[in-house]
Design a protein around this ligand. Structure first.
Ligand code: DGL
Length: 247
């Protein structure tokens, strides 16, 4: 199966990494809108417009399925993208909520969603989690983590200060939903910060599990062929992919 993976920039490589390592596809076309990232500080209409343009971009590749790796895009544009396409399109939010349900034992456990401002303001995670019966859902925009990851900072003093700034007044959650493509790269530091009792929910791993169930995908012997495209500086995206995906 040939699929597309769309993100606002390089962060979606975290989702691509999970999809690639799961060995479920023959070919994966990754497109990052690096010219216009970040989406997480933009308004709904702009995010939808950019996502529809991305859908047009994928048309020439004749993909059989599209994954929206970007949480912000998933929050605002999934429905409209589906209306405009004749292939299955999956975002990461339902998958993240499913993974959280599986990770927690009780509906009273404490959940913290961290994401961009736009994702948090959309309330998409919060609504779905509350619909599932969870009673203690907190959400926090932690947008500073996006440029920190783009700088290649995954640990150390600078990140510690940012975590302290955001989390000082937050009670330790039972599940922390990493509702932004960039945040899985901070998993180790976030895990150390909150401790081993906090379960970390990774969008990439969540979508792999979700797709295996929904699309009845099976393990393939060969690795997928990867193609990288970007709206600006594709070489830099390829260089980052090489490092982050160990290609
Ligand atoms: N990819 C975005 C997300 O997952 C983060 C970066 C951005 O703001 O565009 O929400």
């Amino acid at each position: 199966m040939k699929i597309g993976v769309f993100d606002s920039g390089i962060g979606g490589l975290s989702v691509l990494k999970s999809l690639y390592e799961a060995n479920l596809f023959d070919e994966i076309i990754y497109y990052g809108d690096t010219a216009r990232v970040p989406y997480g500080v933009k308004d709904k209409d702009t995010i939808i417009k950019f996502c529809l343009e991305a859908l047009d971009f994928f048309e020439k590749f004749q993909i059989e399925m599209l994954i929206i790796a970007c949480n912000t895009a998933s929050a605002y544009a999934l429905d409209i993208l589906r209306k405009n396409a004749n292939i299955p399109i999956y975002g990461v939010i339902d998958a993240g909520v499913e993974a959280t349900k599986k990770a927690l034992k009780s509906k009273d456990e404490r959940i913290l969603v961290i994401a961009t401002k736009a994702t948090i303001n959309s309330q998409e995670y919060q609504k779905r989690l509350i619909d599932q019966g969870f009673t203690r859902v907190e959400a926090l925009a932690t947008g500073l983590f996006v440029p920190i990851v783009e700088e290649g900072i995954f640990e150390g003093e600078f990140l510690q200060s940012a975590m302290k700034y955001y989390f000082e007044k937050v009670q330790t959650p039972d599940a922390l939903i990493l509702a932004c493509t960039h945040f899985p790269f901070l998993m180790k530091s976030l895990g150390n910060y909150f401790g081993k009792n906090t379960k970390l929910i990774h969008s990439g791993d969540a979508i792999v599990e979700f797709l295996k169930e929904k699309q009845k995908l099976i393990f393939k012997e060969n690795k997928a062929i990867l193609h990288f495209y970007a709206s600006s500086d594709v070489q830099s995206l390829k260089n980052t992919a090489k490092i982050w995906l160990n290609l």
